[in-house]
Design a binder for this molecule. Structure first.
Ligand code: TYD
Length: 243
């Protein structure tokens, strides 16, 4: 078969949430408070609802695996990367992260709290304007074989509020791109959320940590019902197709 004949496009599996376990992703611009909220949710589940610690996987992109940590370093602290190469590196991190960490945990019936997922690629790489959003989305969906979270929490923070929170000593390459870029990313995220209201919950990131936490508990209640913390976790299936 010739390369030209086979270049008719990536075959992207129909996007769908996992059949076992529960998957919640957290999205938002830099400094929106995702990591704090993920830690608070995890703490709540473990201490107040007695969920076994090993049933809750908190992870992040880029960098959730050993390979991902290397990719993260290249992406955030390396040289300037061409737009296509950048999109492929995020997708590579995601593919490896999903197949080696997230899917096996879901297949055991566990809960995954992900700090960023494919919406970040669409919002950030899409805001760069060099690539079409649908190209980036297809690339990521191909990378994760169509896996989508049950729920995506978008912590929305306007640039003005971000400016007050920012610690100039900790700026990385993407953060230096500035508040204007933050605002375009924010717009992209809000559009994604408006297009998929069943999956997304948009939460005002200017509120106090406690207020945000309380709202997160409300919007994840239904998803948490999919996840039964009292059942015996099963070993991950050995065959890839069962994941
Ligand atoms: P990180 O330090 O994790 O940012 P934050 O703490 O704000 O979440 O850095 C991740 C950076 O990578 C962030 O600026 C967004 C960017 N990014 C993309 O551009 N595309 C992607 O697909 C992902 C996952 C992240």
């Amino acid at each position: 078969m010739s390369v030209i004949f086979s270049s008719r496009g990536l075959r992207v599996p129909a996007p769908r949430p996992p059949e076992r376990g529960a998957f919640i992703s957290f999205e938002g611009g830099d400094g929106a408070g995702k990591s704090t909220q993920i830690a608070m949710l995890r703490e709540h589940l473990v201490t107040e609802r007695s969920v076994a610690e090993d049933l809750v996987l908190t992870t992040r992109e880029p960098g959730g695996t050993a390979l991902g940590a290397k990719l993260r370093n290249l992406l955030l602290h390396g040289e300037d990367v061409d737009a296509r190469a950048e999109a492929l590196l995020y997708a590579a991190d995601r593919a490896h992260h999903m197949s080696t960490l997230v899917r096996p945990h879901l297949a055991r019936g566990g809960l995954v709290l992900g700090d960023r997922f494919l919406d970040s690629s669409v919002a950030y790489q899409g805001a760069g304007r060099e690539l079409e959003r649908h190209e980036i989305a297809s690339l990521s969906l191909w990378a994760v074989e169509g896996l989508l979270p049950h729920r995506t929490i978008l912590l929305d923070l306007p640039s003005e509020a971000l400016k007050q929170r920012r610690d100039p000593a900790q700026l990385d390459r993407l953060e230096q791109a500035g508040l204007e870029f933050h605002e375009s990313v924010r717009k992209e995220f809000l559009e994604l959320a408006a297009a998929e209201p069943e999956r997304f919950a948009v939460i005002d990131g200017t509120q106090s940590r406690e207020e945000i936490h309380a709202q997160i508990l409300e919007v994840v209640a239904e998803v948490l019902e999919l996840f039964d913390p009292t059942f015996e976790p099963q070993p991950a299936p050995s065959h890839r197709d069962e994941l």
